[in-house]
Design a protein around this ligand. Structure first.
Ligand code: XIL
Length: 318
């Protein structure tokens, strides 16, 4: 049986980020995406620079292609992402930098962006990453244009606007290095607690899960998920990959398999953890080598779509 079949028996959605160029050009990629996964996330094509490359000019074409693929294959879609400091369109960043967009206008632009995008996909997205990567490692808010120009209230506003546009979608915060209990994940815990006390519609904590075997496995992952579960939030692993310093060898592959298994295990042990998404499923299209020098081989399948030990580990765990 496929991963999605096994996951279904465990009442879990198993997802993958999708590279839409590969989806268009590579039939083996289409096949593995459809066969193994019950959820998909756009790796890039729902980001702001992709959907509104020029001010007021929207391009939903690639995102809509992915929605159609998911529909045809009975897959759920995670929305990624509405508010982030990265992959913003140039018209926006340069307008803020040269002062032609002031704070009031920026707030109106953000509201319009969230409303337009969430409405466009209304009813088709089960979880939205509303804010992505808003904290630093030490638990202070990231010094993004959003914080600088709008102040910390942009976070609550973003959730309210998104909820208004699609009341049924589950709204998530999302970040990396928040697998275990640490200053950053605790900042999310406190933020979620505060927002919920204020009645702000935040419903989920997304843990990206970008690991590397050379760093060791983070501590207390299950305990971390449990504290969000106790708050009444859903949890999800949203971008799991486990990189290594190349070249690949059997010892590294075994360590990698273990890391995948342990993350999945923490999810399965948590009642409100209902989706587990990997950030690409074949080493053929991974973002890792382009960003982390000398590293790679982070996914479940190798560049020829052959299953790696991590694939077997995930199967056995499901
Ligand atoms: C990455 C994509 O995988 C790359 O193709 C792109 O060039 C940069 O962004 N955290 C996130 C994702 O939330 O959106 C990032 O995706 C990886 C880190």
């Amino acid at each position: 049986p496929s991963l999605r079949k096994l996951a279904g028996r465990a009442d879990l959605l198993i997802g993958t980020a999708v590279n839409t160029s590969a989806l268009a050009d590579d039939s083996a990629y289409r096949k593995s995406t459809a066969k193994e996964f019950s959820s998909v996330t756009a790796e890039n094509v729902m980001k702001w620079e992709a959907v509104e490359p020029e001010r007021g000019v929207y391009d939903w074409s690639e995102a809509d292609d992915l929605i159609r693929f998911a529909h045809d294959n009975g897959q759920a879609v995670r929305g990624h992402t509405l508010v982030w400091h990265s992959q913003l369109p140039t018209w926006l960043t340069s307008g803020v930098a040269d002062g032609s967009i002031d704070s009031d206008e920026l707030r109106a632009i953000l509201k319009n962006h969230i409303t337009t995008q969430v409405k466009h996909f209304k009813g088709k997205i089960y979880q939205w990453d509303v804010v992505n990567e808003v904290f630093e490692e030490d638990g202070t808010l990231r010094n993004s244009i959003w914080l600088q120009k709008l102040g910390p209230s942009y976070i609550a506003d973003a959730f309210r606007w998104a909820h208004e546009a699609d009341p049924k979608a589950k709204l998530f915060v999302n970040d990396y290095n928040v697998e275990g209990i640490n200053a950053k994940s605790t900042a999310y815990y406190e933020l979620a607690k505060q927002l919920r006390a204020e009645g702000v519609p935040v419903q989920g904590f997304g843990i990206q899960g970008h690991l590397g075997i050379q760093y060791g496995f983070p501590g207390d992952v299950a305990a971390n998920l449990k504290r969000f579960d106790d708050l009444g939030l859903e949890t999800a692993f949203t971008e799991v990959d486990v990189r290594m310093i190349l070249p690949v060898d059997d010892t590294k592959l075994a360590r990698q398999a273990d890391d995948y298994r342990r993350l999945l295990d923490a999810c399965l042990a948590t009642a409100g953890c209902k989706s587990f998404t990997v950030w690409g499923h074949t080493d053929k299209y991974s973002w890792i080598p382009g960003v982390f020098d000398g590293q790679g081989a982070a996914n479940l399948l190798d560049e020829n779509y052959a299953p790696k030990p991590a694939y077997s580990a995930v199967r056995e765990e499901l």
